[in-house]
Design a protein around this ligand. Structure first.
Ligand SMILES: *Cc1c(COP(=O)(O)O)cnc(C)c1O
Length: 395
């Protein structure tokens, strides 16, 4: 999984393809004959044909053209790709499905990962589909809905009394010790290929919305997601599906922004004490920072940070336009709003925002963003009194 020359700290491998063969296979099977899920890209996945699991549909998530939101933000177009509609309600299913299929292909008997929560619940779900035992390391602070998914899917869960970064190291050690298949994207290049399918889809789906957008915005933790999306977009250009590439907007949290530092300094910063409510990107030691930085550089991209308050505002705003996003997913919208303010994004630009996880993944922060309902007695008079109050407020 890692380069024998550079060592595990720096040398994460990348999977290459014989593109002549891919091109022939891609052209041989028309789009309409392909399933409307991420297995439609089977020639661009590192799996044997018999290992592809058409019975586990993932991806081909809807893209919503949020025209009211675009008007509100003063943008030509804003597209929201709803990754919350994946089987376990986050983007991570793209990677887990491919990882578990690969684990079966190589005859693994157990699979493990460390995660802030979504990779874990997604791995647990796919391991359950495969009937494969899963060992999962999450920080003890992971949001309860994500932990609930893990428990119901029947994974063995270690709630590590430390940060995600420490849980990651512990998982790597355990995989070495017990011979478990390591599903961590940051070390296993097979997983990034799964994440890549989001970029492949953006290339195909954007044809329905005026062509490839000027910007693709995505929040960044370990950096595998943004690197994967970029790889997918580039492969679609190589296949001739698109003729140009978008710029990337990498969203990070105001106080957890190691990728921002790495982009400027070419190395990771000392670990900070910073925190964010966006648990999925609360990553201080991004394991795939080189791939992320390379992608952002190649894409003439930018890193934009979002404060917790801006993230809660963005959750509310997305909700008012029909999109329920978890904090890390809303962080990308918050970053877009900030980039419009700083004129990095121009009013004439078309922007696609990856909504990487559902709001149901973190109900505590959803309630913080949305507020509490109005308690009433079960009488029409009680409702009338409240309606009167609301009308008075509006005046
Ligand atoms: C994992 C995750 C991210 C970030 O992906 P990385 O590969 O860690 O950069 C963003 N949003 C959500 C909801 C996630 O679960």
């Amino acid at each position: 999984m890692t380069c024998p020359k550079c060592g595990p700290a720096d040398g994460i491998l990348d999977i290459g393809y014989d593109f002549d063969r891919v091109r022939t296979a891609w052209k041989a099977k028309p789009s309409a004959a392909r399933p409307l899920n991420h297995w439609r890209y089977e020639e661009l996945l590192p799996l044997a044909p018999a290992a592809v699991r058409h019975d586990w549909p993932v991806g081909w998530t809807p893209v919503l053209d949020a025209s009211r939101l675009a008007k509100h933000l003063g943008l030509r177009q804003i597209l929201l790709k709803d990754e919350g509609r994946n089987p376990t309600a986050s983007f991570k299913d793209r990677a887990s499905s491919v990882g578990v299929a690969h684990a079966l292909q190589v005859g693994a008997k157990t699979i493990a990962c460390a995660s802030t929560g979504n990779a874990a619940s997604s791995l647990a779900g796919h391991a359950a589909l495969a009937g494969l035992p899963a060992f999962i390391f999450v920080p003890a602070t992971a949001p309860e809905p994500k932990v609930a998914q893990l428990q119901v899917f029947g994974a063995t869960v270690f709630a590590v009394k430390a940060s995600y970064d420490a849980a990651y190291d512990l998982c790597s050690k355990a995989c070495g010790e017990f011979g478990w298949y390591n599903r961590n994207c940051a070390i296993n290049p097979v997983l990034v290929e799964g994440k890549k399918t989001a970029g492949l889809e953006v290339a195909e789906q954007s044809a329905n919305f005026g062509g490839i957008p000027d910007w693709v915005a995505v929040s960044v933790g370990d950096g595998c997601t943004i690197a994967g999306i970029w790889k997918g977009l580039k492969q679609m250009r190589e296949l001739g599906v698109i003729d140009r590439l978008p710029r990337l907007l990498a969203a990070q949290a105001e106080h957890v922004k190691p990728i921002d530092y790495a982009l400027q300094h070419g190395k990771l910063p000392p670990i900070s004490e910073g925190k964010t409510i966006a648990d999925s990107i609360d990553v201080h030691v991004p394991r795939n920072w080189r791939k992320a930085v390379n992608a952002i550089r190649e894409a003439d991209g930018v890193v934009v940070t979002a404060s917790d308050d801006a993230i809660l505002d963005a959750m509310r705003l997305a909700g008012r336009h029909g999109m329920f996003a978890e904090p890390a997913a809303a962080a990308s919208l918050a970053a877009v709003i900030s980039a419009i303010g700083s004129k990095t994004i121009k009013p004439t630009d078309r922007v696609l925002v990856m909504i990487t996880g559902s709001g149901l993944k973190d109900t505590k922060n959803a309630i913080r963003a949305g507020g509490q309902p109005i308690g009433v007695e079960a009488s029409i008079e009680a409702v009338a009194a409240q309606v009167e109050k609301l009308n008075a407020k509006r005046l």
